[in-house]
Structure formats: C-alpha cells, structure tokens
Design a protein around this ligand. Structure first.
Ligand SMILES: [Zn+2]
Length: 421
C-alpha cells in the first residue's frame, strides 16, 4: 500500500506549478488509475432483423478515454479490430468540437457473405487503462441470411382469356414480400393464412386483364424479397386469348348523352378506380360468391361488350346488366364492408362493397343506396333496390366485380370463387 501512496504524493507535488483545475484533473486521474476496480462497460444495440452482406456493429465503450477494445471474436474465431480502438483516440469518431454532446461509438464491420446462414455471436472484449487493467466482455448475437427466397408457382394458367380473373398459388420458403407484374400491371397479392412448412409463406395472386386485351404473350414477373433484402425472381409466360366482344351501337337520349362520354365519364372512372385499388389484407367473405338478383333476371349486356356511341366514343362494358322490375331487392354477392354508398353521374345511386383481398363488388342504378359507408353487409343482405338512376334507359342492375380496381368478368369470378382456398 505504501508504494502507490508515494507515487500519488509525487504526482501531486509535480503538479504544483500548474493551475488548480489542471491539478484537480490530474489528481482525479491518478486516484482513478490507482483505485479503479470497476470494469469498463461495453454496449451495442441488437442488430435489427437478419443481416446480409457487410454490416456495421456500433460498440459504445465507457468510461470515455480510459478503456479500449483488446479483442473481438466471431463465432470463436479472432477478428482484426480497428487499429485505434480506444474511445479516446479512435479516428472513427467524427464530430469532435462540433457536436461535443454526442460521441459516435466504435464501429466494427462484419461481412456475413462468407458465413453460413443462421445465428452468430460477436464477442468484444475491453480493458481499461487503470493499474488493475479491469476487463469486460459483451456478446452481440445476430442472424445472417444471404440466400434469396425460393419461389414455386402452382396453378399458373398456360392460357388466359382476356377479362377473366385468374388465381396463382405461390409458395415462398421464407417470409418475403412478393411483387407480381403481369406486363406493366401490378397484380394483387394476398397472404393466405394457411402456412405449409414452418416459415413458408403461401401466397395467392389474383388478377384480371382488361377485356379488350389483344391476343399474345403476357410476361408474369414475380419478385420475392426476404426481410434481409435478398431478392429472387421468377418469370413465367401466359398466352392471352382475346375475348370475342359483342358489339352494341347505342342510341342514347339527348338528355343522357352528355353523361356517356367526356370528362364526366373519365372523372367517374378514376374516382371508382381510386376507391377500389386498396387491398384489405383480411378476407371478409367465405365460400363462393352469388348472383345479386334471382336467376330469372335476364342479362341484357355482358362483360366487355363493346358499345359504340353516336359520337364515335367506344366503351367496353365493365360488368353485367341484369333486367329486373323496379324495386327488386339487390343482394350482396358476398360478405363485405360498404366502401361507397352515394350518387354518381353515370351509375346513379351506387353501392360498392369491399370484400377484402382486393376484391370489390359494385351495384349501380339503384333507387336508393340501402346501406351506409363502413357498414358490414353479409352475403344475401339487400344493399338497395333495382332502379334506373344515372345513365339508364330503364330499370336494371349494373353489377361489377373488380380486382384491385380492374373490372373482371363477373361470371368467371363466380366460378373462380368456388375454387379459392
Ligand atoms: Zn351496365
């Protein structure tokens, strides 16, 4: 005990010529060197999620300037630590003087590319500069993933009729974000609740092509991105058969002609497209979709029927027109939430149901909307009554099914809804 006290005395005496503040700091430093028994403190935030490629691990070391890293290992194998690993002298700490309050910690760069995917442990050890050279260690655990997800597709049709909806089953062997494009159009992707193998993601892709799509090859591009950022791609080709579209030359009364074409038509179209583009991740319906009117209601206009207006405008019909006496109850084709209930220039009094998974149904020319926005409606529940509001020449129901805004053949959707899981 005598020797350290002598050294301390000597230090204090030699400090006499300088200022009081300097002397106090020097004394405190000497006392700390002599007596400190507290190991340095290492701290590092847990890396968020799986890591791919190189990433940085910040390591904070206290007390400031009195401790340094002495060793680092990754899964037990020694790592080279930065040449200057003291918290006092590290060249990797910017902001000295400028931003004096916050000190950037040391950063160790790890490259996971050479590691097997899975759990790893980085161990860092620090030592302080006191007489006892107190030591401490910190384990930082993380998961590495440098493998792209594997995609397998089932149910991809070899041929597709223009305007008909289709469903693909896609299995991805790890949680991944899926992006599907058919040509330039992004397709709706829904995550199925049923999972196959552990961690496997079962996805259902729903899409329809516009009814006037020309015959030809449609390139389907699937891209899956896992949580670490690894991306894999899958390309498949589908042959599209153009639909045979019946042609109607429409004579519209002068009072309604203004609604048939021009800004009113395009404005309503974009309003509805925006309303139905969202994908509610949960499915509100179960089982197959049903017709909104009794089977006796005659179909007067089919899906995709081409309408040539007197002014030269061409429109492809986005749904079915079903003839029924005014006042006939219009029934929800499946359980859903009311997304719209109001008046539109062309469609008149209209109700839109959101069934989830990007599937919507629309009922137009109603006498009155019989439901309110936000209300839940069960399959078979009336949403209004057949009328002739909007651009209509007599009582009928205009009924649409849309997949993420894209109108599809309602009859083909009814058939497909029977096959969905
Ligand atoms: Zn119609």
């Amino acid at each position: 005990m005598l020797a350290p006290l002598l050294i301390l005395g000597l230090l204090v005496c030699t400090a006499g010529a300088a200022g009081v503040a300097w002397r106090t700091g020097y004394l405190e430093e000497a006392v700390w060197w002599l007596t400190n028994a507290t190991p340095p403190v290492l701290d590092s935030p847990a890396p968020a999620g799986p890591q791919r490629g190189a990433f940085e691990v910040p390591v904070a070391l206290t007390p400031e300037g009195r401790a340094f890293l002495v060793a680092a290992t990754l899964d037990g194998a020694p790592l080279t630590i930065p040449a200057s690993s003291s918290t006092a002298a590290s060249p990797q700490r910017p902001g000295r003087g400028g931003d004096a309050g916050t000190e950037a910690p040391l950063r160790l760069t790890l490259d996971t590319a050479a590691l097997p995917d899975g759990h790893h442990t980085l161990r860092v050890e620090a030592e302080d500069r006191s007489r006892r050279r107190n030591r401490s260690a910190l384990d930082v655990t993380f998961v590495s993933d440098n493998t792209a997800p594997r995609i397998s597709v089932t149910g991809a049709p070899a041929r597709l009729r223009a305007g008909a909806p289709t469903a693909l089953r896609i299995a991805v062997d790890e949680p991944a974000q899926l992006d599907v494009h058919g040509g330039d159009t992004q397709w709706t992707v829904v995550q199925l609740p049923l999972a196959g193998a552990e961690h496997a993601a079962n996805l259902l892709v729903l899409a329809g092509t516009p009814p006037n799509t020309a015959s030809g090859e449609l390139v389907l591009r699937l891209a899956a991105r896992d949580t670490a950022g690894n991306v894999s791609e899958h390309v498949t080709r589908v042959l599209v058969d153009a639909a045979t579209l019946p042609r109607q030359a429409l004579v519209v009364p002068a009072s309604l002609a203004a609604l048939a074409t021009g800004p009113v038509a395009t404005g309503e179209a974009s309003q509805l497209a925006a309303l139905m583009v969202g994908v509610r991740p949960d499915r509100l319906w179960s089982g197959e979709f049903r017709m909104p009117l009794p089977a006796a209601a005659a179909r007067t206009t089919g899906f995709g029927d081409r309408r040539d207006y007197a002014d030269g405008h061409v429109v492809f019909h986005g749904g079915f027109d079903l003839a029924a006496p005014e006042g006939t109850p219009v029934l929800a084709v499946a359980t859903g939430a009311v997304a719209f209930a109001g008046s539109l220039p062309q469609r008149g009094n209209t109700v839109v149901l959101d069934h989830g998974w990007g599937v919507y149904s629309l009922y137009a020319h109603l006498v009155q909307p019989g439901v309110q926005v936000g209300q839940m409606v069960t399959q078979g529940q009336p949403v209004g009554a057949v009328g002739s509001t909007g651009l209509s020449t007599g009582p009928h129901l205009h009924w649409e099914i849309r997949l993420r805004g894209q109108a599809v053949d309602p009859a083909a959707w009814l058939a497909l809804s029977r096959e969905l899981p």
